[in-house]
Structures are given as C-alpha cells and as structure tokens.
Design a protein around this ligand. Structure first.
Ligand code: ADP
Length: 219
C-alpha cells in the first residue's frame, strides 16, 4: 500500500533524482518536475508521476495542484534565481514543508528568509563527512547539527574499551555525550551509565566539534 505523505521534487539533476528515487522506493507518492523535456522523459519510469513544467511560473504550479503536497523539495541547482523564485511561490501557495537546496551560504540564508523550512547544502555536508572520515578511519559518519555542534558515528577507540560510560567520563573530558551504542544487531539507547564499552562497539556521539575531534583522534 502507498504511504500517505505526498512529495513533489522539483529539478531532476543528480540531487533531485536521488531524492525522488529514494522516496519512491520507500513507498511514497512522488511527483517529479523539471523544465527539461529530455530529463522528464528519461525519468518517466522511475516515480509515480513526472511532469514537464517551469516552476517559476505561478500558473504552471497552480495547474500541478502544488498546494496539496505535504513536502516539496526544491532541487534546482545552478539557476539560483529559479531556485529562489520556486521556493517563494511554493511558500506563498501554502506548501506545508519546503526543503531547498542551496549553492552557498548566502543563498541558504536567503532561502531561510523566504520561508524554506529546511535548507540543505549537499556538497558542503558531504565534504565535511568525508573530511571526518579521513581524519579518523574509525569514523563512519558525521552530521553537522550547527556550525560547532555535530553528531558522529564512530567505532569505539581502543583506549575506551573495558571502561564504563561513567568511568570514561567523556562528558567532563570532551563535553560530548554518547547517546547510543550499536553492538552487532543490538542498539542500546540510551545506554546505561554503567554499560561497559566493548571492542567492536559503534558509538553515536553528540557534542561540540572540538570534543568530537579529540575523540576521533583517540587510538
Ligand atoms: P544537480 O547539481 O543536483 O545535478 P542541476 O543544476 O544539474 O542539479 O539540475 C537541476 C535541474 O533543475 C535540471 O534538470 C534543470 O532542468 C531543472 N530546472 C532548472 N530550472 C527549472 C525550472 N524553472 N523549473 C523546473 N525545473 C528546472
């Protein structure tokens, strides 16, 4: 059965197609829109509906019944003007949740100001993830929560193996919190303070970036 929430993805570049495809595979209704007929044609078998339209044109958006969608993803990349105009129109038409892709921070700021609920910087975010992964091979993933706060998924450093969470005292030492421990199939969330860290554990940690970095540098 199809899930309830309805998504519209605008702009079928690399980012947009990836978002649309993933949502569709997860069982959601997805309308994909692009101004380019060739891209529309290419993507036609992949999601629920694909339509050719210029989303900077209010009448075209109206015709698509855009206001009925729960979530809109504005994935127009290079054309900042089209990206901003589309976001503005979607907002005015009352789309409940708008995610917009920004090319740079100023663009991101503008998108927030005109009402995007969430702004994503895919290249910047991926760059950070890769950098964290290069600093320490123990790091599986890093997500920025704010400019100086992050969430990291890290293989338990040897230095911590055998210690309890209270004993390791990471909160006092590095101002970070272990919010969950992945152990094989098991996920301990929240982990008990008396839980001992074992070899092979994966720690999910939230904290200031400098604390996270010091954890990443532990052997
Ligand atoms: P990426 O960097 O994710 O690959 P691109 O900039 O290559 O993104 O792709 C953006 C897509 O947005 C293109 O397929 C382009 O045709 C589409 N697009 C650009 N302007 C509009 C518009 N006004 N209306 C709808 N789609 C648009």
């Amino acid at each position: 059965m199809k899930k309830e929430k309805q998504f519209v993805v605008i702009g079928l570049g690399r980012f947009g197609t990836s978002v649309a495809r993933s949502l569709h595979r997860s069982g959601y209704q997805v309308l994909a829109v692009d101004i380019n007929a060739e891209r529309v044609q290419k993507f036609s078998d992949e999601v629920t509906h694909v339509v050719q339209a210029d989303t900077t044109d209010e009448a075209s958006l109206e015709a698509l019944g855009i206001r009925n969608f729960d979530v809109a993803v504005v994935a127009i990349g290079d054309d900042i003007q089209a990206n901003v105009l589309t976001t503005l129109l979607l907002k005015e038409m009352g789309v409940r949740y708008i995610v917009a892709k920004a090319r740079n921070f100023l663009h991101g700021k503008m998108l927030k100001k005109i009402g995007a609920d969430r702004v994503v910087h895919p290249e910047y975010d991926m760059g950070q993830r890769v950098a964290h992964n290069l600093v320490s091979t123990n790091v599986f993933d890093y997500i920025e929560l704010s400019p100086n706060l992050g969430l990291v998924e890290i293989s338990a450093p040897h230095a911590l193996v055998g210690q309890t969470l209270v004993g390791a005292d990471l909160r006092a030492k590095y101002a970070i919190n272990i919010v969950a421990i992945k152990r094989g199939e098991q996920i301990l969330v929240p982990p008990s303070p008396t839980e001992k860290i074992t070899a092979g554990d994966v720690l999910i940690v939230v904290g200031q970036n400098d604390g996270i970095q010091r954890l990443e540098e532990l052997e």
